[in-house]
Design a protein around this ligand. Sequence first.
Ligand SMILES: Cc1cc2nc3c(=O)[nH]c(=O)nc-3n(C[C@H](O)[C@H](O)[C@H](O)COP(=O)(O)OP(=O)(O)OC[C@H]3O[C@@H](n4cnc5c(N)ncnc54)[C@H](O)[C@@H]3O)c2cc1C
Length: 560
Amino acid sequence: MTLGLDHGPVKVILGWEVAKDDCFINLGATSNFPRGCALKPSAGEEFGSDLEDLVPSIFCGKTLLSKGVHDGKCLLTVGRGKGYCQRVRRVLPIIVSAWNVKNSYQPGRRCCNQIYVMANNVPHVVIVGGGFGGLYAAKKLANKPVRVTLIDRKNYHNFQPLLYQVATAGLSPGEIAVPIRGILRKARNVEVLLGEVTSVNLAQSKIQLPPDELDHPGGHPIEISYDYLILGTGASHNYFGHPEWEMLAPGLKTIEDATEIRRRVLLAFELAERSARIEGIQEPINFVVVGAGPTGVELAGTLVEIARRVLASDFRTINPARARVLLVEAGPRVLATYPEDLSHSAERQLKKLGVEVIVNGMVTDVGPDHVQIGADRIPSAVTLWSAGVAASPLGKKLGVPVDRAGRVQVEADLSVPGYPNVFVVGDLAAVTQKNGKPVPGVAPAAIQMGKFAGNTVLNDLKGKPRERFDYFDKGTLATIGRAAAVADFGKVHLSGFIAWLSWLFIHVFFLIGFKNRILVLMEWAWAYFTFQRGARLITGNSNSIVTKAADEMEPVRKVS
Ligand SMILES: Cc1cc2nc3c(=O)[nH]c(=O)nc-3n(C[C@H](O)[C@H](O)[C@H](O)COP(=O)(O)OP(=O)(O)OC[C@H]3O[C@@H](n4cnc5c(N)ncnc54)[C@H](O)[C@@H]3O)c2cc1C
């Protein structure tokens, strides 16, 4: 049995280096491993020895030939470490007895002289969803004595607060979405898998993914066991029993939604220009946004800016500034979750920008070219939906109590009732604060929950008692349009330009990746001074706003 390299054996003599939680051992190796080499067992051999077996050969500085390590990643890193042999002598036996490791090797990443090995018997934490909740849970557990598997159906983390900028051609998708794998590249105990989790078996502590249909058509579902599960699959819009409206009035939740909305909005102007050029009449261009929550408000405000400022002089036949933007709200005021004075301020700012606000307007029907509000039929070239919240369907599948929106009613420590090893975080969790109010579905709440769940796992391992999750509300902001926003910082309420500036800097600050922050700031500065929106691309079908888009949506694979 040998553990060898393509280009010869690893000679370990230098000692070790332990990451801050004493979980990773980085053993120095003398060999100059050539680039591109990989560790692999000799044909037909299995590495099954304990780390205990491995230790003596490490101490002796022997060539790492006869001792192997088995299965996993990260506990043990063999690489070009610094020599701290004395500390090895002191700490290694403790680590060995603590984990009693049965390992196997896994070739390292880029650097070919590193093997990441994880003890099998450290807890396996599965995180479903790489949104704010899941991602921050993974960050909390990074390089800690646990093995983490983060699964998301997308390979990127999407900064939802700026989606409306993509939908309105202000930013490109790559400026607000970052590959999850890249964000977690330094978290050596975290692996990232792409896939849509379709069910959770709480009794057996397993989650299920559909088989890879390309490689294994008709194959069996993939099952992954966990010791801890953190579910953060978020929420979407609620069409209140009318799923058929979704094609006619898309909501804004994903990058795909944003580019589809961008397509529809820009196409509405293009088709109007074409028909005006050919038939000599300008069809009215109405944009109807249903739901005056933060997303509806920011969409409506920005659409008006596009029509009146950005496109105003780009067309020769139509006058884009004649387009109407209507914001329809079933309740009595816009931004209903904000204090009343800020709601009224938001409505005033919207009207000043040119948005027509309709409150107490319950939408009763949506068609390809209209929206029905009671007896009124409003012609609509593009209808957008930003009303209601429907939690990810995974919540209901757990078979535990959920609220009307399908959010899981979790315990005070965010665990699922009866399953202390399963946590629900972010928009999928229904959590009540001490003051009796629900924790809002916003990014800071999801981040705090993700960190809390990760920390609770670590506290469990240390034998500490469970704590209760307390949401720390730092305030909420909603942008309305150019230099228009409202901010609720508890006793301090801001409106207008100052609120907009706060909104801008806070959102740029939370964007993931330094490059993205700089790019977004530059785009905004450019747009602010020039009234230009650079990402005005119509991708996909350019003949029809709704019909073809519906065709395009059909192939989406729904996995039950
Ligand atoms: C347009 C828009 C604007 C917003 N603006 C703001 C704002 O300005 N400020 C603010 O604080 N909040 C804002 N929010 C709310 C905020 O984005 C959410 O509260 C936050 O994203 C919730 O985080 P989450 O982790 O619960 O879910 P999400 O961020 O939605 O992440 C869920 C993740 O789970 C993945 N997923 C879903 N189902 C599965 C599955 N079955 N298997 C595998 N992966 C799955 C998804 O791909 C996604 O990556 C906005 C939301 C939207 C939609």
